[in-house]
Design a protein. Sequence first.
Length: 220
Amino acid sequence: MRYLTFRKSLLRGTGFTLIELLIVISIIAMLAGMLLPALKRAKDKAKQIECASNLKQFGTALHMYADSCNGWLPAMAQNLGAPYWFMELLPYVSEEIYRCPSEPGTKYMDGNAGRDTVAYGGASKVIFYTATNLCVRLTQPKKPSATVAIADSTGDNSQTPSIRKYIIAAEAKVATVGDNWRYGVAPRHSRDANALFVDGHVDWKLLNKLCAGTELWDIQ
């Protein structure tokens, strides 16, 4: 009998009251609230780094392409018989890098459909075409370390005409629904974007700097 009484008193002494449990739960909830934003930022940063790695590989591919084509860069689109630039680079890269980790979506598709499945756009003054001049030479941009070649891009097929992801207009701008500018930069990484420059380096750029005129997008 004495043993049972002692055991009951011991159990009562090591248990938690309801108030103590509520305090512990509130502390755990508070810690979780502090940690979750930090974890999300860390996850977003990891995606930004992976995206930058994708663009770095595009930079290597562009230079390899130019080396094998007498210094010429690929063309923007299927005009005058030229394939899309992202199709031209396929021999040098894996299809996996055509998808930005911060933009979940369909798998990259080859050919015409690829215009909407590639997550990056070529700068229209660097990877471009006109009626008289189909391509640009790698050595043409006068400031290669300050001229964007490829960057995070966005698209919207509901627009008329539709916004295509594979191209970014010379006067870069954020493409949104209702925006009459057809091609734009996608602010996927903390509301800013990654960009590959002609010299091959990749930089995370503030959106207001990327879209502040034509300075970063012109080869002159």
